[in-house]
Design a protein around this ligand. Sequence first.
Ligand code: NOJ
Ligand code: MG
Length: 524
Amino acid sequence: MIYQIYPRSFQDSDADGVGDLAGIELRLDYLAGLGIDAIWLSPIYPSPMADFGYDVADFCGIDAMFGDLAGFDRLLAAVHNRGLRLLLDFVPNHSSDQHPWFVESRGSRDNPKRDWYIWRDPAPDGGPPNNWISDFGGSSWEWDETTGQYYLHAFLASQPDLNWRKPELREAMVTVLRFWLDRGVDGFRIDVLWHIIKAEGLPDNPINTHWTPDCTQRDRLVQVYSTDQPEAHAISAEFRALADRYGDRVLIGEICLPNDRHARWYGTPDRLQVHLPFNFQLIENAWDAASLRRMIAAYEASLPAFGWPNWVIGSHDAPRIAARIGETQARVAAMLLLTLRGTPTMYQGDEIGIGEVKISPDRVRDPQDLRQPGLGIGRDRSRTPIPWNASAYAGFSTVEPWLPLNEDWRERNFEIQDRDSNSLLSLYRSLLALRRSHDALAIGDFKLVDAAEDVLAYQRRHAGECLLIALNLSDAMRTLMLPTDTCVEEVLASTLPPSTWALRPLDAALAPNEGLLLRLKEKH
Ligand code: NOJ
Ligand code: MG
């Protein structure tokens, strides 16, 4: 299990209202006790914070807001001492416009770093060089008065895209990876990996004929030439070769593509790419049993034989799972995430079921939301500080935090859920413990099986053990269908409290909104 920490909102230790590395260190016992394997930290590098750290001004440093390199080394050692791994967020597609490389690059047309970024003359009409649209809205091109050219940015104008066709830039970025690998980090989550290189000649992207005004501006075009280029796969293979030279390191690629193109990011057995191309389909898919079943089958079928699956259920970019499907189903979602085949990734705060957090207009900080208001795409609602207890500012900080807390923080916090054996937190903990004690969950085969309407059911098998997971996505009672010639040997977990189990035959029925994890045995 990979646990994503959004450092700004995890734990503040120096009373500035923003989380930091020393804060994370204070909470490591909690994370170890939860039963996770690895922590992925969203960016902690020096940054003007225009995109809250995804605008990096120095790839080899730590922002003073978060700490310093010595503090990072301490955190890394503390993580390793607890038997956990630490992954950093590597942001190769762009830097901040404050990065010294860009400052040089924009200095003059003949600066040696000019081509470390993507500069072009205006189109004949004086406008941008092509029709590309930034993921945060508006043209992907920014005019630079001083040198009379446009530069490309897939995100904010203050996040200029790096030019991966320039060998010197590539070498400099490999040096960055080595810097952290040599320090002992266990791997990277690689930001927007499928964006990293653009088609030669930068042709216009085709118009998306399905676009409607409730879509983002980016979706007006299909990103055919600005993403997923063959050369990007070659770079991904180079990253992997480097990671493999260090041994026992993991690379996760942020890749948003349909299954067939997504699976290519694993590479081939003789030219591997990332270990885990992040799979966001639990976030994107409708929450109903039939379509989840189809999605899971299609994803499993798309994987190369050597490809290990993975599942992501929340992030600092996506709406909170409990906000999307409700509190009771969030428990079912936890069981789904932790019993599917593959590495699960969860996002801080989802284990206590933080739901919808209303951000008043004066507190909106997300640049994507500020640039395209009214679409409901704001990311601040998933980035609110973690409520640890019922003391002032929820134990996150001793001052007003940078974003508001979830309104129900006095009742919904870690301390309360830690004490309650029926809480979502306790459910996460026990499911994670089961993943460790049952190889069938960790590495077993996976097979979807027949189930009643609104029920998603599958088996996990390993070395003679057979587990059945049956998830009732409806709020009505449903029949539990057991495979022929089997009966229930043991109830390993239910998303409902054990006190309710007596109310129904556990081997025949699923209560409303119930997920069951059962060990089966053959009938004799
Ligand atoms: C993906 C990150 O998850 C998101 O938060 C960021 O804004 C963009 N990449 C740009 O780096
Ligand atoms: Mg702080």
